[in-house]
Design a protein around this ligand. Structure first.
Ligand code: RB5
Length: 145
């Protein structure tokens, strides 16, 4: 199960991503927002990330205007490793090396087709473990400092 959420700046891209998910039977939980009315992205980042941390959802997708605010907010939440993405190489690498459990996309930065390619690259890549696991363990230590 994927968690997905956006602010007003990411609303249009999120809607297009959800249409793709529906067509392809990809299961998701939509945490809003549900209109283009202005909302504060940290509020949406919090509920999406909490659903990942508590195990309700496996991974999260956050969309705002640039993806930057969502990624900053998400990375404040203990247990979240959020990657701001605008290319498919980084999407594969963050899954393989960082074991990212959330990705952030910019609805005013990338188009729908690229967003979907990024999501597919991210979701289809396995974490490599090994030396990368050691580094994730060090990030976890930083969380508790
Ligand atoms: C909202 O106007 C905009 O600031 C937000 O969507 C996002 O881009 C923040 O990083």
């Amino acid at each position: 199960m994927l968690a997905i959420g956006c602010d007003h700046g990411g609303f249009v891209l999120k809607k297009e991503i959800l249409e793709y998910f529906d067509k392809n039977n990809i299961q998701y939980k939509d945490f809003g927002c549900h209109t283009t009315d202005s909302v504060d992205y940290p509020d949406i980042a919090e509920v999406v990330c909490n659903s990942v941390v508590n195990g309700e959802c496996e991974k999260g997708i956050l969309v705002c205007g640039t993806g930057i605010g969502m990624s900053i907010a998400a990375n404040k939440i203990k247990g979240i490793r959020a990657a701001l993405l605008s290319d498919t190489f980084s999407a594969r690498m963050t899954a393989a090396h960082n074991d990212s459990n959330v990705i952030a996309l910019g609805g005013r930065v990338i188009g729908t087709e690229l967003a979907i390619e990024i999501i597919n690259a991210y979701l289809s890549t396995e974490f490599q473990g090994g030396r990368h696991k050691n580094r994730i363990d060090k990030i976890k230590i930083l969380e508790n400092k």
